[in-house]
Write a protein that binds this ligand. Structure first.
Ligand SMILES: Cc1ncc(COP(=O)(O)O)c(C=O)c1O
Length: 426
């Protein structure tokens, strides 16, 4: 079945979006892979970094490098200023009420583990945390660890047939013992977005908190945590056009204020004696040790860069490419029932992440053969084994689009896949 809503050529209403001008800002696309252009469709794993971000990090490290919030000298003050300015950029990106709601972490995984330790440590045996079958392992394993440490009960929302968090059983799963609902904002496997409002309403009805894993949503533009009405939001810099090694936990002020620290060490304290410690206020209470300073500065630059792009045009462009990917899979399949799309067919309210399975072909083999066409994909369980179990698969092949991908990338993928299938499934 072809998706009729989508034009199947590079030239349509979205042509006003100048993808080549965006792409030209990414030095990585100057390189070739075995003599072929790079067709990078593994953005859900890690996005590429524009020159503006590479420069911001290089300038920081070559001109302003020092530790933050410690020494009284020129460089230390500049470094602290740049680090705190980055916090301000993140606050703006998330529409936080204050930069003090922004905690720098190592990534989404670091953000969720922080909540699992700090908030999880306040839970009592028998309290309940709700997750879903759609989650990345980083929003499953930390809660299993809390369960095993404290004796809480984990309750799980199922996946729907198109790989979204299924809310049909929400009212039954959320109980007066629920203390937190921790779910993804959008799936890294299916691309399905989560319907957040009913989750927040169900949580509020029993006084529970809500955590959203925003790893896959953040690369697509600003997020309004206040409008979402959640309590915690996490995302990773490296998926959002920034450097590796840094990420964000946003926490509602009053929620962060009430939490104990996760790690102990330098800079998270007000005073220390050999007998006791008085902790600093958030966010520093949650940032023990030297933080990833240049990386945070790079993240600030990445968010500023992202917000300066034509994001409405980019969203339409990504949606059109997603439609071309889905239609192209249908065309290659040609009613043979070989290719199984894992994710919604509808293009509205979905991330540009397209997963599929081909009967009898291992995703790693597909990825390896497509790599020979210069196409970078991801194949495997995508750190979402419970979702794979739901679909009765061990893995999928995933093509994920960012705002710099063009029709040439989609063509290379579809032509390459067609060749692979002709070769392996004649
Ligand atoms: C939905 C989702 N959550 C969490 C993560 C973990 O992100 P990180 O490895 O950057 O901590 C990922 C990474 O793929 C993801 O896709």
């Amino acid at each position: 079945m072809s998706n009729s809503k989508v034009a199947n050529s590079g030239k349509d209403a979205t042509s006003a979006y100048n993808v080549e001008a965006v792409r030209a800002q990414f030095p990585i696309f100057e390189r070739e892979i075995d003599g072929q252009p790079l067709h990078y469709l593994d953005n859900a794993a890690t996005a590429q970094t524009p020159r503006a971000v590479l420069d911001a990090v290089a300038v920081h490290d070559s001109r302003h490098r020092a530790n933050v919030m410690r020494s009284i000298h020129h460089l230390a003050e500049e470094a602290t200023e740049a680090f705190e300015a980055a916090r301000g950029q993140v606050a703006q990106f998330l529409n936080a009420t204050s930069p003090t709601e922004i905690v720098f972490t190592s990534g989404t995984t670091g953000a969720i583990n922080l909540v699992a330790h700090a908030f999880g440590g306040t839970l009592q045996p028998g309290d309940e945390v709700v997750i879903s079958q759609v989650e990345h392992h980083s929003n499953i394993v930390p809660w299993q660890m809390v369960r095993d440490r404290i004796g809480i009960t984990l309750r799980v929302l199922s996946a729907s047939a198109d790989g979204a968090v299924d809310l049909a059983a929400l009212q039954a799963i959320v109980t007066p013992r629920t203390k937190l609902i921790a779910v993804t904002h959008g799936s890294n496997v299916s691309g399905a977005m989560t319907n957040v409002a009913p989750i927040v309403a169900a949580a509020r009805a029993v006084g529970a908190k809500v955590l959203l894993d925003g790893a896959q949503r953040a690369p697509h533009g600003p997020i309004d945590v206040q409008a979402l009405g959640v309590d915690f939001y996490g995302f990773s810099s490296h998926k959002t056009f920034g450097p590796n090694g840094v990420g964000v936990l946003w926490g509602r002020s009053e929620v962060l204020d009430a939490l104990p620290p996760f790690m102990g060490g330098g800079e998270m304290i007000r005073t220390v004696t050999l007998d006791e410690t008085i902790y600093a206020e958030p966010p520093h209470r949650f940032e023990a040790g030297t933080p990833p300073i240049a990386q945070a500065v790079g993240l600030g630059a990445a968010l500023a860069w992202l917000c300066a792009q034509d994001l409405t045009g980019a969203a339409r462009h990504e949606q059109r490419l997603t439609g071309r990917l889905i239609d192209g899979l249908d065309d290659i399949d040609n009613n043979r029932g070989l290719i199984r799309l894992i994710g919604p067919r509808e293009l509205d309210n979905r991330l540009p992440v397209v997963s599929f399975a081909i009967e009898g072909l291992h995703p790693h083999d597909i990825c390896q053969l497509l790599d020979g066409h210069g196409v970078a994909l991801r194949g495997g369980h995508h750190c979402a084994q419970p979702l794979m179990d739901f679909f009765g698969l061990t893995g999928t092949t995933r093509a994920s689009v960012a705002l710099y991908n063009n029709d040439g990338d989609v063509d290379a993928f579809l032509n390459g896949l067609d060749d692979v299938i002709k070769l392996l499934k004649p």
